[in-house]
Design a protein around this ligand. Structure first.
Ligand code: NAP
Length: 534
């Protein structure tokens, strides 16, 4: 098969890959993106489980690169459902004619850099080959669904599903005996919906998670009008905030500076208003001081005890093993309330772990259960899973899987030393997953696009991260994480959900504002930490 040649190859047709196509094509570059799905949208294409919805507000969680787009698009609700977000994504693809440069139904299996020609060659599962001087990995951070290796899964006579690979036609659980395994964001969103249909639902919870009410509602026309009138300023302001979201003034007070009554009043107001960022912004030390965090954690535990009528069930649901916010803080609609329904049973899978899946259902070390269907909400091989599925090498002998064996290493989350001309969008070491993701992919892609313009104007062919710059960045990412409470949780941020995965804190939690400033300094200092060559 002949190899087709491009200027830039992009792996992924989600929000990151789509923007990369648009941005780089605008520079006159010949690009091709590859997407495994039969449609664009990444996360929003695959995660079609009932109740799937974004936990950031629609007016923020959207592209900023086109003012016409952001002014014209109408979001019906405060938070977009999976269906609404996918409609938006399909609209963007059509409006900017992106599909002509995105090859769907195509999974990349290998990426090889030739040190002599300075070109990447990508090979698809079907054996097609494409080559270009530059390659951008925009394959997603939560795009490799993971079903735990339970003994006996193949013997199950009912149907099973994973939230991240949900059937497009939907699933009707009416009258069925259903198990949901996993209580992260996906499980929490899905459980109230399945509970409405199922004859009986058993939820297997290993670790209790904190969740706050989303308080979703139709988007108020006045709020929309005002937000759109200030869109440009708001988008700019978002870059100066830790999470990349405008409209939440950074807190100035410690939780320990105020009286217990004052804290209660503030937490209650945030609880009633809904939203996770606003809650974590109640005080300036909730993510760095355990004593301060305890006040917020206890507030939510008390809420759970107030909602769930059975005190034993409430205690199992009240998280006690990690500070609030150190795992992704969930947003829900009527999650805790569901445990007051007679057709819902919570199983403490920490006390009695799942031993095996049986032909009829599953067995814990205490009891056997019969199910018609099992829904796995067991998460993803986060942040490194998608790249681990591609055999990324160079002819100089570098191998990404080997290099990341003890945990991912990057410079700014953008490049990996030893892999020239290979960029990563929102990779490990970037604040991507800890921020408004669409802002993050735009910022990363703009950095890459500006870098390519810089190289073109100087007739440079090759860029790579200097090993010393990478070492320093990895150290910095770890030092920042260690100055917070984040490492206290067994989260996917440290790969804890994947047995055998090295425990390394992967996202940069210094905030979007700090990261963006660092990227700007790097550029101002002539791409400091990168080696550029003709
Ligand atoms: P997750 O947060 O990793 O949760 C996976 C769940 O499965 C955890 O409760 C985990 O328990 C459980 N689990 C894994 N293996 C198990 C086993 N062998 N036995 C019993 N339980 C097991 O995954 P997720 O809910 O799919 O969410 C992943 C991320 O996607 C979120 O943190 C968020 O960033 C994103 N997301 C966002 C939204 C949104 O915007 N609304 C919605 C969904 C997802 P342990 O905690 O004990 O490991």
């Amino acid at each position: 098969m002949s190899t087709r040649e491009f200027d830039v190859l992009i792996v992924g047709g989600g929000l990151g890959g789509m923007y990369a196509v648009h941005r780089l094509r605008g520079m006159g570059l010949k690009v091709r993106a590859f997407e495994a799905g039969s449609g664009v949208g990444g996360t929003w294409f695959w995660n079609r489980y009932p109740g799937a919805r974004c936990d950031l507000e629609s007016l923020e969680y959207s592209y900023s690169f086109s003012d016409d787009l952001q002014q014209e698009w109408r979001w019906p609700e405060r938070y977009g459902t999976q269906g609404e977000i996918l409609r938006y994504i399909d609209h963007v693809a059509e409006r900017f004619d992106l599909l002509r440069d995105i090859q769907l139904n195509t999974r990349i299996k290998a990426a090889l850099f030739d040190e002599l020609s300075n070109r990447w060659t990508l090979t698809t599962e079907e054996g097609e080959q494409f080559s270009a001087p530059f390659c951008i990995m925009a394959a997603g951070n939560l795009s490799t669904p993971r079903v735990p290796e339970f003994k006996g899964l193949a013997s199950f006579k009912g149907k099973w599903y994973h939230t991240g690979l949900w059937p497009h036609e939907g699933v009707d659980f009416s009258g069925q005996r259903v198990a949901v395994i996993g209580t992260g964001s996906s499980g929490l969103q899905m459980i109230p919906h399945i509970a409405k249909q199922a004859q009986h639902l058993h939820v297997f919870q290993r670790t209790a998670n904190f969740s706050l009410p989303a308080k979703n509602a139709p988007l108020e026309p006045e709020k929309e009008r005002q937000h759109k009138a200030e869109y440009a300023q708001r988008r700019r302001a978002a870059y100066d905030t830790p999470f990349g979201i405008s409209g939440h003034p950074p807190p100035t007070q410690s939780a320990l500076e105020v009286t217990a009554e004052e804290r209660q009043r503030v937490y209650e107001a945030k609880w009633q208003a809904g939203g996770s960022i606003s809650f974590l912004y109640a005080y300036n030390d909730l993510l760095v001081n355990k004593e301060a965090n305890d006040t917020a954690s206890e507030f939510v535990r008390q809420k759970i005890r107030g909602i769930v009528k059975d005190p034993e069930v409430a205690e199992i649901l009240a998280p006690k093993d990690h500070p609030i916010g150190t795992k992704r803080l969930c947003l829900d609609s009527n999650y805790y309330e569901v445990y007051n329904q007679p057709n819902v049973t919570l199983v403490n899978a920490r006390r009695s772990p799942i031993v095996e899946i049986t032909p009829e259902g599953l067995r814990t070390d205490e009891a056997a259960y019969t199910f018609d269907a099992i829904a796995f909400a067991t998460g993803f091989d986060a942040m490194t899973g998608a790249l681990a599925e591609i055999d990324v090498r160079t002819t100089a002998g570098a191998n990404l899987k080997e290099k990341w064996n003890a945990g991912p290493r990057t410079y700014l989350g953008l490049m990996v030393a030893g892999f020239p001309n290979l960029f990563v969008v929102t990779g490990p070491g970037s604040p991507g997953v800890k921020s408004q993701m669409i802002l993050a992919v735009e910022q990363h892609t703009d950095f890459i696009a500006d870098c390519l313009t810089h190289m073109r104007s100087r007739r440079l062919q090759r860029i790579e991260a200097e090993p010393a710059a990478e070492d320093a960045w990895v150290q910095h990412v770890n030092a920042v994480a260690d100055s917070t409470l984040y490492p206290l949780a067994n989260s996917w941020y440290v790969g804890a959900n994947i047995p055998g995965k090295p425990r390394v804190f992967m996202p940069y939690v210094g905030g979007v504002h700090t990261y963006r400033r660092r990227c700007d300094e790097v550029v101002a200092n002539g791409y400091e930490g990168f080696r550029l060559r003709a």
